[in-house]
Design a protein around this ligand. Sequence first.
Ligand code: SF4
Length: 149
Amino acid sequence: MKFYNYDIVFQEIPDETALAINLTNCPNRCDGCHSPHLWQDIGQELTEDVLRNLLDKYRQMITCVCLMGGDGQRNEVESFAKYIRENTSLKMAWYSGREQLPSNLESFDYVKLGRYVPACGGLKSRTTNQRLFKIEENKMEDITARFWK
Ligand code: SF4
């Protein structure tokens, strides 16, 4: 599982300051994709050492780690989430471009589902097909409307 870059973001997950890591090799090929460079198999391997270095640097600033993409390596995304859950007190989020929930839902605090459809718009659009769920005690709450206020 490789990543292209990362950033500290404030709007992707409501009420959280997230270290967003942009994964590459995206297989979804959505029409109107905002980041077609992420379709390529490029970037740096996201190893535990790399993650530890990122957390050493940013842990004091963030409340959440958010993986952006990774639908071609879903097992690795799920292992990563488990690692975060077991080794940190940070929340774990995943922006997937598919409709399929992770099998280990208990390792996630937030999951965004759905491909990008230009006619529907992204999460900030009231007509979006995408959904952001908050997960607590294995219950899912659709909080997509938080982006519309
Ligand atoms: S999931 Fe995201 S990165 Fe992948 S093709 Fe769709 S919009 Fe682009």
